[in-house]
Structure formats: C-alpha cells, structure tokens
Write a protein that binds this ligand. Structure first.
Ligand SMILES: *Cc1c(COP(=O)(O)O)cnc(C)c1O
Length: 458
C-alpha cells in the first residue's frame, strides 16, 4: 500500500523523537486553542475558525540547507519528492511509513524574457506548478492531506470539487489504496479535470444541490461514516503547499525575490506561501520575505474588494462569481482570514484583472513556450497592471507562480486562437495573440509562398 520504502537514519526521526510534537492551533488570535495533531477536525471546535499546524523549534538552518541539497542526489522516493525532501519543514507525521508520494513538486523555475517585457519588467521567472503529477499545485498539498488520512487510519477520503482538487485527490487516494469519493454539484461540470478524477478511479457523486449545501452534506457524512475530508480547509494540504516556497528558495540558493505573484481563489495557496515564508524567516533560512501579490479575476474578486475596505474585518461573498478561469471562480473563499494575515504581513497587494487581460497574458505565456491554464495567467496580467501603476518596480526581481498545466483547458485555448472565446457576460474576447490554424491546398508552391510571409513574426 505504501509506495515509499522506509527511510532509515533520517534526521526526521531524530527530530520528532527529541522535541515536542506538532499541534493544531486555532488561527483566530483571540482563541488560539491547541489540539493534538491527530484530532480529526477541520475547524476549531470552540470558535469555528481555521486551524493551522505549528511545530517546535527547528534544527540549524545551515544543516537543513545542506541536508536538503544532498537529498536531490538520492534515489529514494521520499527524497525524490519536492515536498518530502523538505520534511523537517513540515514535521506533522510521527512516521514516514504513511507517506504517499507521486514525485510531486520538483517544478522548474523558468526565465521568460518575452513575458517580462509584456509585464513591464526587466526580468521575470515562472515557477511552474503545472509540472506536477496531476498537472497542478494541488499535488503539493494532497500528498500531505492523504498521508495524514492514512496515518489517521481512514479508509475513505472525499472532497467537493469539479476541478484540480478532485483530480489530485483521486490520484493520491488511489495510489495510497484508499477509496476516493468526489461530490459535485449537479449540472456544473468541468470535463477536463473531472476526466482525470474518473481515470484515477474516484467514485463521483452528482448531488442535486449547490456547492455550500453539498459541503454541509459531506461534513455530516464524514462524521457518521468516517470519511476524511480533503477540501480547502484541511490544514495538512496547506502544509504541503508551504514547500512550494521552500523549493523556490532552495532553487534560488536562498536569495528571496522582491515579489511572489500568484492567483487567488479559495486563497489556500496565498495562506500557504505566507506561512512558508514566515516560517523560513523565523528558522533563519532566508533573510527577508518577498512581498505577495495576489491576483483575482474581476468577476470573482471578493478578496480584492475586502482589501479596498477600511476595516478589512468581514469578507462580503460574491454571490454569482464569474470567470472563464474556473480554478479561481470562488465567491466565498474559505481561507481569507489566513490570506489577509499573510498579505498584510508580507507588505503585499491584491489586484484584479479582466477576462481579456487574462486571455492575452495566457497566450503570451504560451508563446514563451511555457503555457499554463487560465487561472495561472492572471499572474502576468496582474504584473502588467501593477508595473504600470508603479506598485511593482521595473527592476524588481519577480517570480510568478503558474498554478496549472496548459492542457487542463484545451477548449479555452482553441476558442481564443480562433476568435470564438466569449467572457461569461457575453463579451467577445479579441485575441491579441491569436494563432489560427490555416487550411491550405495540397500545393508546395502556394504553401512556400504562404510561409515566406513573415508578418506573423513581428
Ligand atoms: C486551486 C487553483 C487555484 C486557486 O488556488 P487557491 O489556493 O484556491 O487560491 C489557482 N489556479 C489553479 C490552477 C488551481 O488549481
């Protein structure tokens, strides 16, 4: 059942034996109740707020940097994982025997001069989480969530999602020998990602209810039948996603960039990046933190709206969130209190972008030979806006995180390039970087003449 062989002589084992155990702590500053790390809870039983894993003080940062670098040359599955290689950073398990890994993480940092110019920057690098086993950063979190499920002795896991969460959960649960169950709202299906979930063997239940009703239903079922929930509020998914920032800093020899830019939906990733950066600062792994820039789609921007208010103490949900970037079509983001804390702590900003801006930025990222799904492209669209406004400096050292793979949404791509893409409100998207397939005669001379026309190259 467990694809990872036991890793002997690990500092991990020593580390966890010698120190106090990890705990779950309520994120609400006026509650802060602590719970054992093995308690099956998703919110604070006392006040209902989000939970966060906290750890005892960590070993010497110099030792960790050396150890983590050495592990890149090791062929054991655990060290090959771009999450578990950094296991001292997320020491919530007491044994690594329960870990289920598909060699997640290990995602590249890619320089993109063309995208930099488009974004108004001298240089820009993409950290591309679409290189993950199921094609999105959800894998970084899911390896942790599912491993915790195995540790708790769970046989079934579930989530409410039609997107990358269900694809990732299905893969990791099946790899672990657990039974994955996906709940989806009736008549609201994203086929590309659902196809992955079906292929990875998840039982998929369509319920005649909306997202919130289904979440309530699944919580009831979870309590009654011992199903482990792997939705956004699962604190162990956030833990896994913190290592995206650790891997980034490791790849940059621990030199922090000025900005890390990412799309915001449920805001779990924003929370994870902020937590990871704070923890790295505290451990002495980095000397300063980058600022976070979170980009939302205009039709689905409750967090952006919150940041415009004076008090910033209540998030007003967007009733009918709309965007073609379905991964960030979230009206009532679960993790907003954490994300607010992280954006504020890092001196960050929140921006919003239009459907047209996302679509053109996406095609430009594609034209760099990189490519990504629509939600990811909000980053470059946001950078362009933030440099134009003077918020991000032209000379700044910027890393944008591309969250999902280009093949997640081929229908969007084809429509864009052929001029058939429409925003949810019916507005036609004009393809600034359109690239139509051409029908040509079976005639070498005509094709030669056609290819001699280099106007496309401008
Ligand atoms: C889930 C997801 C997002 C949104 O991340 P949050 O943590 O919900 O803010 C963005 N892009 C892709 C591709 C995703 O799968």
């Amino acid at each position: 059942m467990n694809p990872c062989p036991k890793f002997k002589e690990s500092t991990w084992d020593r580390y966890n034996r010698d120190l106090m155990p990890a705990e779950l702590v309520c994120f609400n500053p006026s509650c802060r109740t602590r719970y054992p790390i093995t308690e099956v809870i998703y919110n604070c039983p006392r006040c209902g707020a989000l939970l966060e894993a906290v750890y005892p003080p960590a070993p010497d940062p110099g030792h960790l940097k050396k150890l983590w670098r050495e592990r890149r040359m090791n062929n054991t599955p655990l060290d090959q994982s771009g999450v578990w290689r950094y296991r001292e950073f997320i020491p919530f398990l007491d044994s690594i025997d329960v870990v289920v890994s598909l060699r997640e993480g290990n995602t590249p940092v890619l320089n993109a001069p063309k995208a930099a110019a488009y974004g108004g920057l001298k240089r820009l690098a993409f950290k591309h989480q679409g290189f993950n086993p199921t094609g999105s950063f959800k894998d970084n979190g899911m390896t942790c969530g599912v491993s915790q499920g195995v540790r708790l002795g769970m046989k079934r896991v579930a989530c409410v999602s039609t997107g990358n969460t269900s694809a990732s959960m299905a893969a990791y649960a099946s790899a672990a020998g657990l039974d994955p169950i996906i709940f989806i709202p009736h008549g609201n299906i994203s086929y590309g990602k659902l196809a992955q979930a079906l292929e990875y063997g998840a039982r998929t239940l369509q319920v005649e209810a909306n997202f919130d009703q289904i979440l309530a239903l699944v919580r009831t079922l979870a309590e009654r039948t011992g199903i482990y929930l792997l939705n956004s509020m699962n604190p162990f998914r956030i833990e896994g996603q913190t290592t995206i920032m650790v891997e980034l800093m490791d790849q940059r020899d621990w030199r922090a960039p000025d900005w890390v830019v990412l799309p915001g939906g449920n805001l779990g990733n924003t929370s994870a990046f902020g937590k990871g950066l704070r923890q790295m600062l505290k451990m002495g792994l980095i000397e300063r933190s980058p600022r976070l820039a979170v980009i939302q789609a205009e039709g689905s921007a409750p967090f952006y709206n919150l940041m415009q208010t004076e008090a910033r103490d209540t998030l007003t949900a967007v009733k009918h969130p709309e965007t073609l970037a379905t991964a960030i079509r979230i009206g009532d983001p679960v993790s907003w209190p954490k994300a607010l804390h992280e954006v504020t702590t890092s001196g960050g900003v929140v921006e919003k972008v239009t459907e047209q801006e996302i679509a053109d930025a996406k095609a430009l990222i594609g034209a760099c030979g990189i490519g990504c799904e629509p939600a990811s492209a909000a980053t470059l669209a946001g950078i362009r806006k933030l440099t134009a406004a003077g918020v991000i400096d032209r000379d700044a050292d910027v890393v944008a995180v591309l969250t999902g793979n280009v093949l997640k949404d081929p229908d969007y791509i084809y429509r864009y390039h052929t001029g058939q893409l429409k925003a949810p409100n019916g507005t036609q998207i004009r393809p600034a970087f359109g690239n139509q397939p051409l029908v040509v005669p079976n005639d070498p001379e005509r094709i030669e003449a056609l290819l001699a026309d280099n106007t496309r190259e401008s």
